[in-house]
Design a protein around this ligand. Structure first.
Ligand SMILES: *Cc1c(COP(=O)(O)O)cnc(C)c1O
Length: 372
């Protein structure tokens, strides 16, 4: 195009409109044709999704044999976890159906996402949390987004039982991952990975708590294969914390324990679906210890520059545990489900970096402090 004075002004105008139309519009608008929404569904969005797939060369080096490792950093969603993918769908459908109150049980991230999206929709959010087992950042979010917070003297599994009953007895919509719209939204993580890689990875490593996300990712990969967006399916590798690993042992854990509070779950809501995913994908469930989780958490931050929360690091901890089984030359994606800023206490407790305090405010003193 020849740039005359006139066309310059129109081209500037065009540039603006095309920027607007090419800008990310959130999951529902982007993947509308694959989601159970209609023209009548009000779209409740914070422009979630579209998170980066970041190469992790330091992890790959530990495996060797030309294995490529990438992390899907879903901690960059609007409230800092993948739960936003499910919540944009669940809250849009709740709004469409006219409910005025939503409820969820949460180890933290679901409550943060539910509170944010409910507020956005003009719906009242009520969240049940296990008293004392919720990371600081998550509690801070639910409080500031304005949720009604009820801390119970019990664990997540008990909280989920209560909210399930409440949604049957009162006009309140349940937005835990047993709400099918949650998984519909979360499957878009798989769509993005296929688009970012140009195909499916050979392995998908993912932390497993209630097993909603592993189920959703599998749905997404299968749906994309059925429309020809990819030509095969990945092996699904689900990792649980060893103190909360019912899918590994085959029976519920009455008193789940782990530093990774987001997966401190003893009786997964999507148990049957998770077993089906494992079988269909020839995948595996494995347990990782808290020490392995913290090791992966520290490697990700200190060597890759990626700060995720402890539960998220379970995917990388698991990959490192089974690294000898990874076929040479294959591509592995680890899902990093939540942002490290969610849990500052665990970061500070498990860091070995030294902070020098009380240094005089002079250049000499600072130079001396760092050994110059
Ligand atoms: C919710 C959550 C998980 C577990 O996902 P499920 O769908 O319950 O298996 C893992 N990591 C983080 C950070 C979470 O918030």
């Amino acid at each position: 195009m020849v740039l005359t004075q006139n066309s310059l002004s129109t081209s500037t105008h065009h540039q603006q409109t095309s920027e607007q139309t090419s800008a990310w519009r959130g999951l529902i608008e982007t993947y509308r044709e694959y989601l159970p929404v209609s023209d009548k569904t009000p779209v409740i969005t914070l422009l979630e999704g579209n998170t980066p797939l970041i190469p992790a060369p330091s992890i790959a080096n530990r495996i060797g044999r030309d294995v490529k490792v990438l992390v899907k950093y879903d901690g960059l969603n609007p409230t800092g976890s993948f739960k936003d993918r499910g919540m944009t769908m669940a809250m849009s459908k709740t709004k469409e159906q006219g409910a005025e109150v939503v409820i969820c049980a949460s180890t933290g991230n679901t409550s943060a996402a539910a509170a944010a999206y409910a507020t956005r929709a003009g719906i009242k959010p009520v969240v049940l949390i296990p008293d004392g087992y919720i990371a600081l950042g998550k509690l801070a979010q639910a409080m500031l987004y304005g949720a009604e917070i009820v801390a119970i003297k019990g664990n997540f599994d008990q909280a989920l039982q209560i909210v399930r009953e409440m949604s049957e007895h009162y006009p309140i919509t349940l937005v835990n991952s047993v709400n099918p719209y949650r998984l519909e939204g979360q499957k878009t993580g798989a769509f993005e990975i296929v688009e970012q890689l140009g195909n499916v990875p050979d392995w998908l490593c993912i932390p497993v708590g209630n097993a909603g996300n592993i189920t959703a990712y599998w749905m997404g990969f299968c749906q994309y294969r059925s429309v020809g967006k990819c030509d095969r399916l990945p092996r699904m590798m689900g990792f649980q914390a060893s103190g909360a690993a019912p899918l590994v042992s085959g029976h519920p854990v009455e008193h789940p324990e782990t530093i990774a509070t987001a997966i401190r779950i003893g009786n997964p809501a999507s148990w049957q679906q998770a077993i089906a995913v494992k079988q269909a994908s020839q995948g595996e469930f494995k347990a990782v210890t808290d020490a392995e989780i913290i090791n992966a958490y520290r490697i990700l931050a200190a060597e890759e520059g990626i700060f995720c929360e402890p539960a998220s690091a379970a995917s990388v901890a698991g990959l490192l545990q089974v690294k000898d089984q990874v076929p040479a030359g294959s591509t592995v994606v680890c899902v990093l489900t939540g942002n490290g800023l969610k849990d500052p206490d665990t970061a500070i407790t498990n860091s070995d970096s030294q902070m020098q305090k009380g240094i005089e405010p002079t250049m000499q003193a600072v130079a001396g402090a760092i050994g110059l």
